[in-house]
Design a protein around this ligand. Structure first.
Ligand SMILES: [Zn+2]
Ligand SMILES: [Zn+2]
Length: 340
């Protein structure tokens, strides 16, 4: 079998050999029986992608075959099978923190190398001995019909080694749960659900294996009135009928304080006005998005006598048009952008 063979090649090669050496076809032939066992075992290794990557890198020694007992090096296993799990911590951040960036101290719990035994799992720092149940392989095989099935050794949980005097602090696992903090620099412009990876800050590996990674997942809180779309911000600002008709300059909120916005004469309700570069910084880039202000004309609901007279006078001089319009015309109002 060539290293790096495809799954299909492995399967068909195995099937051929298994047919050839199957005990049913070779009664009273110990040679064939031995060959059949060998190729079943080889198949079990090669069918397991993790084991196979070790085989591809280290050949037979990497997976601890029958001949590997003497010079067995448990670290070969630890590098591959005992990596600590990745951790996920969800943290809530303010809308403004996502826009401008922030520095956060995150507290979380993870398995760390046990200080008492320095990760060995042994109370007296004895070197772990190869597991007798699996012969140091970390896996046991059993026959199920045609196949030899490999499964994680129940005696050593796949470590391939056992500790005769387990450390009391970690019960022989070589790691225990500890509270940790991490300083997280949140860059300006992050979005909701952004994941920040901290390599090696996840769970410590078992029996001194490499640690997993820590992922911080940012949950950005909503803003009372700004809605974010990518790097752009949107908000709705009410204006009076006269401001819309006569034109005006109003103060609108931005994330960096109030900003003047010109309402042109004859602005329709629902018009969207743009304030350039008042949006969200581009993440890891240059520039900012824009702030879009949708103006909504408020119809006065309470009129005093004087206001009523003025509006009635206005009405008498205004040509009235109530012809129905196509729906699309209403939509077009929103497409009017006024750049400042
Ligand atoms: Zn310990
Ligand atoms: Zn074992």
């Amino acid at each position: 079998m060539q290293r790096g063979a495809s799954d299909q090649e492995i399967k068909s090669a195995y099937r051929k050999l298994a047919m050839q050496f199957h005990p049913d076809r070779n009664p009273n032939n110990p040679d064939a029986e031995e060959k059949f066992k060998e190729c079943s075992e080889a198949y079990a290794i090669l069918a397991d992608s993790e084991k196979r990557s070790m085989y591809d890198r280290f050949g037979h020694a990497g997976v601890g075959g029958p001949a590997a007992g003497a010079g067995f090096d448990p670290s070969v296993f630890q590098d591959f099978n005992q990596r600590g799990a990745d951790l996920r911590e969800d943290i809530a951040i303010e809308f403004e923190e996502a826009v401008f960036g922030a520095e956060k101290t995150i507290s979380y719990r993870r398995h760390e190398l046990c200080n008492a035994c320095n990760g060995s799992g042994s109370a007296n720092a004895k070197t772990p001995t190869p597991c007798r149940t699996c012969g140091g392989r970390g896996q046991v095989r059993y026959q199920q019909g045609f196949f030899s099935i490999a499964r994680t050794c129940p005696a050593c949980q796949g470590a391939g080694t056992v500790v005769s005097d387990p450390c009391t602090k970690c019960r022989g696992e070589g790691r225990n749960i500890q509270q940790k903090t991490v300083e997280a620099k949140i860059p300006a412009g992050v979005e909701d659900e952004t994941r920040i990876r901290f390599s090696g800050l996840g769970e410590a590996g078992v029996h001194g294996g490499p640690a997993g990674d820590l992922y911080l997942v940012l949950n950005v809180k909503d803003h009372p009135f700004f809605e974010r779309r990518g790097t752009d911000l949107h908000c709705i600002v009410p204006i009076s009928f006269t401001q819309a008709a006569l034109g005006s300059e109003i103060q609108v909120p931005t994330l960096e304080g109030e900003h003047a916005l010109k309402i042109p004469e004859g602005t329709q309700s629902g018009a969207v006005l743009k304030l350039r570069s008042k949006g969200v910084p581009v993440l890891n880039g240059h520039g900012k998005g824009d702030l879009f202000v949708e103006v909504r004309v408020q119809t006065p609901t309470k009129l005093n006598k004087r206001q009523r007279e003025l509006l009635q006078e206005l009405q008498s001089t205004t040509p009235i048009e109530n012809k129905p319009q196509r729906h699309t015309l209403f939509g077009k109002v929103k497409e009017i952008f006024n750049e400042l």
